[in-house]
Design a protein around this ligand. Structure first.
Ligand code: PLP
Length: 407
């Protein structure tokens, strides 16, 4: 039995308690975005109703109060990922902005013609395109770690890709399309043998278990608030102090400056150097509330219940004739990506939707991975701690219906 009271937890998520197409909603698109608990929703209402004011600028009561709450939210994130200092936590709009910031800012300073950047076959487009663009700007070379048939990175091949020209390694900790958990600790250790910094895309990992950036010793770690039960439009860029101090700012404007004259501008200290303009302070505080919420549930409890769902779902779905699970690593989070023999994933997705079940179909913003796996796309069910085995049974029944209709 799980250590979580799932029925009680579900009451915290009002969106789950509704019908679509006259069927109870089953939400299995948690990899795309997670739903928000009432405490997060109410926090935002409270701020806009009683506390709103631009931060860091005013000397008046509301501004000072909210500035404090924003900076407290930064400390919550710091503790959540176990960063050494709160100024190593930069608020961004999400993983995409965090990676673009690093690719631009780190790239500006350290990447030159002929240098190499290593990413992996498992990456989301957000961790491919910014590096590709950097390579075009700087005439650098993008190298890609290959995978095996199970959807696991080949670490021996990774070692071979590292060269004296390598400037940075950027990989995800968990693949959004397959759910594979990568051994990023080993990858970081390997890169650090020759002092190469490593960026970890944690967009699909922070919501599934404990993260300790000091233990990992990663140089950068990024994630999105909306995938960890927090609000949209907020994300985190963690960077080791020494890198963030050395890197030039990406966006410029208000707040990130110390002194501006028409002749010259000097930049503010960390973390403000990387937070140009009015930050999304409401969502930053909402993110801190979401973090409190999942910490109260317990990240170990979440991980173990989601593993239960993954094992149950995998066994159940694999029993369906003609269903092939794509991504079969033993080390996965609660994501099942699959295809159905002779049935297009869009057709399947549409029928499953009509049963009230939200799954994702397509390439999952990982087109190069789909090419490598020789599939056009997959159907992806991604489970959260608020999902149940009964809901997985409904997905199973829906797939049988799809097979009857198209098989
Ligand atoms: N990286 C991974 C692994 C993802 O799964 C996603 C989103 O699905 C992103 C990056 C981009 O996140 P966002 O759209 O929140 O910026």
């Amino acid at each position: 039995m799980p250590n979580l009271d799932i029925q009680k937890i579900r009451k915290d998520f009002p969106i789950l308690n509704q019908q679509v197409y006259n069927k109870p909603l089953v939400y299995f698109d948690n990899g795309a975005t997670t739903q928000k608990p009432l405490c997060v929703i109410n926090e935002e209402i409270k701020i806009y109703s009683h506390e709103n004011s631009n931060i860091h600028r005013g000397v008046h009561y509301l501004s000072e109060q909210l500035t404090q709450r924003y900076e407290d939210a930064r400390k919550v994130v710091q503790k959540f990922i176990k960063a050494s200092y709160d100024h190593e936590v930069i608020f961004t709009s999400g993983t995409t902005e965090s990676i673009n910031t690093i690719a631009f800012s780190f790239g500006e300073k350290y990447v030159n013609e002929g240098d190499e950047i290593i990413i992996s076959t498992l990456e989301h487009h957000a961790n491919i395109v910014p590096w590709q663009m950097l390579c075009e700007r700087k005439k650098a070379i993008l190298k890609v770690i290959p995978i095996n048939e199970k959807g696991e990175l080949l670490l021996d091949e990774y070692k071979k890709l590292i060269s004296p020209k390598t400037k940075i390694v950027a990989v995800n900790q968990v693949s959004n399309a397959l759910g594979t958990v990568n051994d990023v600790k080993t990858m970081i250790d390997i890169a650090h043998q020759t002092n190469i910094p490593v960026l970890i895309d944690g967009a699909q990992s922070v919501q599934h278990g404990k993260i300790d950036v000091q233990e990992l010793d990663c140089d950068f770690y990024v994630f999105s608030g909306h995938k960890v039960y927090g609000p949209n439009g907020i994300g985190v860029l963690y960077g080791k102090e020494k890198w963030l101090n050395e890197m030039p700012p990406f966006m410029t404007g208000g707040e990130m400056i110390k002194k501006v004259t028409f002749g010259k501008t000097t930049f503010n200290e960390l973390p403000f150097k990387f937070e140009a303009g009015t930050p999304n302070y409401v969502s930053a505080i909402g993110l801190a509330t979401a973090i409190y919420y999942i910490q109260q549930l317990g990240l170990e409890n979440i991980a173990s219940y989601e593993k239960e769902l993954l094992d149950y779902g995998t066994k159940k779905l694999q029993s369906i004739d003609g269903l092939k699970v794509i991504g079969t690593s033993e080390n996965k989070v609660s994501v099942i990506s699959f295809i159905l023999e002779n049935i297009h994933h869009f057709d399947a997705g549409m029928v499953i939707d009509k049963m009230g079940i939200a799954v994702r179909t397509g390439h999952h913003c990982a087109e190069p991975l789909m090419d490598r796996l020789n599939v056009e796309g997959t159907i992806r069910a991604s489970f959260s701690f608020y999902n149940t085995k009964e809901e997985i049974d409904k997905l199973y029944e829906a797939i049988l219906t799809v097979k009857q209709m198209f098989g």
